[in-house]
Design a protein around this ligand. Sequence first.
Ligand code: MSP
Length: 514
Amino acid sequence: MAERFYITTPIYYPNGEPHLGHLYTTLCADTVARYMRLTGREVFFLTGTDEHGVKMVKSAAEEGITPDQLADRNARVFQDTFQRWNITNDDFIRTTQPRHKTAVAEIVRRLVASGDIYLGTYEGWYDEGQEEFVTESNAKAQDYRSAISGRPLTRYSEATYFFRLSRYVPRVIEHIERNPEFVQPESRRNEVLSKLRMGVDDLSISRPSLKWGIPMPNDPGHVLYVWIDALSNYVTALGMPPGDGRGYWPASLHLIGKEILWFHAVYWPAMLLALGWELPRRLFAHGWWTAEGKKMSKSMGNFIDIARLDRYAQVYSQDAVRYYLLRAAPFGSDLDFAEADFVKAFNELADLPGNALNRVIRMLGTYEGARVPEIDPTALHDLDRQLLTQADALPGALERAYGQLELQAAATLPMELARAVNGYIEATAPFKMKDPAMHGRRRTVLAVAARAIASVFVGLLPVTPAKAADGLGQLGISVGPRGQLADLLERARSLGGSVLRAPVPLFPKPQPQP
Ligand code: MSP
């Protein structure tokens, strides 16, 4: 039976429209999902929107609409954006859907029954003008005054339900310690562990004052407050109990941004332990984007929104944006969106795989009637063998990179092979082999180059899916929706006789603006 691979993104707040950060996580997940499908895994890729909570209520009020109107409108924008960006998610969960709400109520019922949810008193600070709860640390930083009006914060206390988080902390610590893969990257894992060892309180999970959310099934006057509702999406999307249906639980990978690692590494495993369900195999927290070295902010006007990325896509292609975002930094580190670097990344695509393909196809058109010659293994020179060896090593290197979630390497490994193809063409110079005595040699060189460049595009399929399929198409290899890496590489290896399409530059350089 094929290995199952269940990958998720965070579910995003639809209180605003998606931006670079949201697209980035989803794109990374999409790239991994594509690779896993390509290598024969049975993939389930989930994304969605987190539609309850105070943020939604506030943003809706500012626009003079209801939270569900806001959620409907922006959830659609998220879905359209992901579709337009060629994201291959298998499902899109919205926390306002009945399938989610019913399953969450069932989860809460079980936690109440097991004594893991109890009624207590929540004490804290409240900004009356803003109608907003303020955390202890923020209250202290603001000298216990409103950040907006400067008026003193009020102390309030109210009855809320708590999740007995503290009961599970020792087991969560143990699990993180015993399973180095569970929380990654390593440095963030250490941060989580040291914070956990300092002790953790039980978690307040309901608000009597909030109306927009899932009511506590045992006490409908209370509404569930964010994290229990949100985290549950990873199982509610599969149906209950998880694993019952299609066998995708436990998740193989929850991909998230670094700012929500704590909730995923602590609350979520504790909830699952309380429910007696298996823990996800792996959490990976990636870094945050800045723009041209500065924090992105709407007021600074340096916010990278989707409209901006769409404009880049129009000029340079969507796949160039995908490649740039993946290669911008080692996966897990913070990243900086810089236009000059983006153009550089585009030029890499144009100059390496784009140029190599174009040269090989043009020469094969001129010299070989647009047909790839067979390779005679006895005629191979060292240089040829070197390039073929490098091409044959690509799948193994990719499997390692994707396995380790080194997504930057996953994007650049095929590019290195493309660079080698260009170097090989320079070194062998088939374009100089005019003498008929050299034609046999020229045939071998072009056949070897064609095979290697085909491997480049197979390797690029998860990263630049449309362009890679186009490149393979020009080489006479068609990629079906269920195309498999092994078959495609086999096609690349036995490319002899393949009929080439007319060369069309994959990454035409945009004309400079007048
Ligand atoms: N709804 C919660 C998550 C619940 S998951 C059970 C949430 N939503 S969010 O809309 O704020 O999205 C947060 C996610 O968006 C981050 O974890 C990250 O994946 C992505 N990003 C948002 N801004 C980002 C950057 N500036 N840079 C990189 N990714 C960021 O939190």
